[in-house]
Design a binder for this molecule. Structure first.
Ligand SMILES: [Zn+2]
Length: 95
């Protein structure tokens, strides 16, 4: 597998845990989601895209690994975002 192959792969694969895009780090693929921060090791040039093989990265390591690709907010896997949380904590009711 060449670097080009890996780049192509990164266009189609997502984090198996949260379905966020992955970025390539140093012998690791890093989930770009702040709430997830899983790192998937690349062994013999083969990415181990298994949650069981992944390690949770420290926030600092994760941030330096993903850089501008970092994302936050709801996990993309949460399709059932049915409940709107519009409450800003404003209680307009008065007695
Ligand atoms: Zn993830």
């Amino acid at each position: 597998m060449t670097d080009r192959d890996l780049a192509n792969l990164l266009e189609v694969v997502v984090c198996p845990a949260c379905h966020s895009p992955l970025v390539e780090g140093d012998e690791i693929l890093i989930c770009t989601h702040e709430s997830c921060r899983l790192g998937f090791p690349i062994r013999e040039q083969i990415p181990m895209l298994l949650v069981e093989e992944a390690e949770s990265l420290e926030t600092d390591n994760w941030r330096s690994g993903v850089g501008d690709a970092a994302r936050s907010g709801p996990l993309p896997g949460d399709d059932e975002a049915g409940e709107l949380t519009t409450g800003d904590g404003l209680e307009g009711e008065s007695a």
